[in-house]
Ligand binder design. Structure first.
Ligand code: NAD
Length: 477
């Protein structure tokens, strides 16, 4: 089998490789992907550092053309790349194609942003002096990504980094190197000069840690777990490095008595269980007021009966497998914890077998949960959600905000008063009214508060905040 190699200083390299396994069918090897060493990582950082002076002064048209070409190729290959994504990560084919389209749109957006770079010219408070405020590239950026959005998250970090003139060392998650390799290959062929974008696939403890230990990375943009995020933060203070961290969530979805029941159930089922609950914006706490509680639970249970869990590529599959054995064990451990804590298992909770060997778990719904239970406080990151019964809107809001996280927060209601109040008072970076907590646009800021995020927002024009540094220049007239 061919080895998909790392790209370092414009050369494909690497003989050590690991198998990329399909979670829908563990007999299928999606491909062999290089596993980089600490030396490879150091070489990649050196290459990015050497390429920075020229790329940081490259013309905006050159950047535009490369980003646009990449976006166009991703869109043209959306079915093929979507199938690769579904095979390596396990989300359903329609979800995977949707994510691929989003990656393409992100490249298109930043291709446009490259042509819109601008500064400010302002008067000085002193006579005969002019003031210019400009944004300059930051330097070498380390990009570290998780497994759950194998093409969109790399896209939303790589595209702005290149757009604003930075060079890159990119380390994707070990579980899903395929889509990352594909977009690096596309960008490389689109005309990026050698060393501007370096790919080092491999272990977090080796490749990632070498990046953290390097004094040559001006910034690290990281998405992943809270634990790894903290390591990125601590090492970055030592190296005086800019960071952007997107981490876990325990997102609430409030359902009020006045909600349209079908809207609430559609939003909650999507939030909690689509993409196998493996979205940082997934809702795992369904906070439901007394008057609608029993009807909501009954309708959710009926809805869950209609969702097919099966091979990600199979037509009619609503929920693919869990990503790997380790995550499956985490999910089933939490299901046991929930039972022991006294929550009632209202639906699911069982492993299921299908035609192919894979990590298949029923969508699992607990009721009679409290917000103090571990299943309500800790991120599970699987198809497991609990219903927490509350008296009224005020209690619902208090419970929604009573969490160490603050990524996304949703409400189902027909009351303008409550929707308006919730949008202002939900302690989250993103708020959804009558919509799932997951599912966001690519051209507007993405990110959270509290334990979910640290640093400036990703995506849209807000991305400039992280990927550039501001200069103020004074000139005597
Ligand atoms: P993870 O922290 O285990 O891994 C993330 C990345 O960090 C991987 O590439 C991994 O190899 C790397 N890494 C691991 N150890 C490292 C080290 N010592 N030094 C440097 N890098 C290291 O997270 P995961 O399991 O891949 O992803 C799941 C988590 O990601 C969940 O907590 C989820 O909520 C979060 N997530 C957050 C967002 C968001 O935008 N907030 C989006 C997607 C996923």
């Amino acid at each position: 089998m061919t080895i998909y190699q790392n790209l370092i200083a414009g050369e494909w390299t690497g003989a050590e490789a690991v198998e990329n396994i399909n979670p829908s069918d563990t007999k299928e090897v999606v491909g062999l992907y290089a596993s980089g060493s600490a030396a490879d990582t150091r070489n990649a950082i050196a290459a990015a550092k050497a390429a920075f002076p020229a790329w940081s002064r490259s013309g905006i048209w050159e950047r535009h053309v490369i980003l646009k070409k990449a976006g166009d190729e991703i869109m043209a290959r959306k079915d093929e790349l979507g199938a690769l994504l579904a095979r390596e990560e396990g989300k359903t084919l329609p979800e995977a194609i949707g994510e691929t389209i989003r990656a393409s749109q992100i490249f298109e957006f930043f291709a446009g942003e490259a042509l819109r770079l601008a500064g400010e010219v302002v008067p000085s408070v002193r006579p005969n002096i002019g003031v210019e405020i400009t944004r300059e590239p930051l330097g070498v950026i380390g990009i570290i990504t998780p497994w759950n959005f194998p093409i969109a998250i790399p896209a939303w970090k790589i595209a702005p980094a290149l757009c604003y003139g930075n060079t890159i060392v990119f380390k994707p998650a070990e579980l899903v190197p395929g889509c990352s390799w594909a977009i690096v290959d596309i960008l490389n062929r689109a005309g990026l000069p050698k060393g501007v974008l370096n790919l080092v696939m491999g272990k977090g403890s080796i490749v990632g840690q070498t990046m953290l230990d390097s004094p040559d990375l001006a910034g690290i943009t990281f998405t992943g777990s809270v634990g790894t995020g903290k390591r990125v933060a601590v090492s970055s203070i030592e190296h005086h490095r800019k960071i952007q961290l997107e981490m876990g969530g325990k997102n609430p979805m409030v359902v009020l008595d006045d909600a349209d029941l079908s809207v609430a159930v559609e939003a909650a089922a999507n939030s909690a269980f689509f993409s196998t609950g493996q979205r940082c914006t997934a809702s795992s706490r369904l906070i439901v007021t007394e008057g609608i509680h029993d009807r909501f639970v009954a309708a959710m249970t009926e809805k869950l009966k209609t969702l097919n869990v099966d091979h990600a590529l199979k037509t009619g599959t609503h929920i693919g497998p869990v990503v790997d054995e380790r995550q499956l064990k985490t999910d089933t451990d939490y299901i046991e914890i929930g039972k022991k804590e006294g929550a009632k298992l209202a639906f699911g909770g069982e492993l299921i077998s299908r035609d192919t060997p894979g990590f298949y778990l029923q969508p699992t719904l607990f009721t009679e949960a409290t917000n103090q239970m571990r299943i309500s406080r800790e991120e599970i990151f699987g198809p497991v959600a609990s219903v927490i019964r509350v008296k009224d809107y005020e209690e619902a809001l208090a419970v929604a905000n009573d969490t160490p996280f603050g990524l996304s927060s949703g409400i189902a209601t027909t009351s303008l008063k409550h929707a308006t109040h919730f949008k202002r008072n939900a302690e989250a970076g993103m708020v959804m009214v009558n919509l799932p907590t997951a599912g966001v646009d690519f051209h507007v800021p993405f990110g959270g508060r509290k334990g979910s995020s640290y640093g400036s927002r990703e995506q849209g024009k807000y991305a400039a905040e992280f990927f550039t540094t501001v200069k103020t220049a004074y000139t005597l007239a």
